[in-house]
Design a protein around this ligand. Sequence first.
Ligand SMILES: [Zn+2]
Length: 142
Amino acid sequence: MSAISRETKDKIRREAKNRGGYCLLPQEIVSMDLEIEHLRPIADGGTNDEVNLWLTCRNCNGFKHAKTQAVDSLTNTEILLFNLRTQNWNEHFEFTNDQTKISGKTPCGRAASELRASGQSKKSLGERGMVSADGLKQRDKK
Ligand SMILES: [Zn+2]
């Protein structure tokens, strides 16, 4: 399989508005470079094609590993993980009232945010706390 070209990486970074697909943290407040994530893991037959790639922070990429499914605790069913490229973040997730955490609104969103929370470090919560959901929304309008 050919490596992901610099050109493709740059294009995905632009499409993703240079922020993590799950937590929406912009690159400028994440200490480490955002990473290119395989929506369908290589181990599961995923490719380096553009349609299989999106941008995430290391924390979010780390929690997902090679998973493609997670359990929604409310319905106790296995759910296909949120697709960063094709699904709408606002339909599946929302920020908690204090805006430091993300919670799922749908089985898909819940499964992803529970999986994410289970592997989340205190540091990433701190980073999350530095930027409010309103701030991000304002930013999107520009
Ligand atoms: Zn993230």
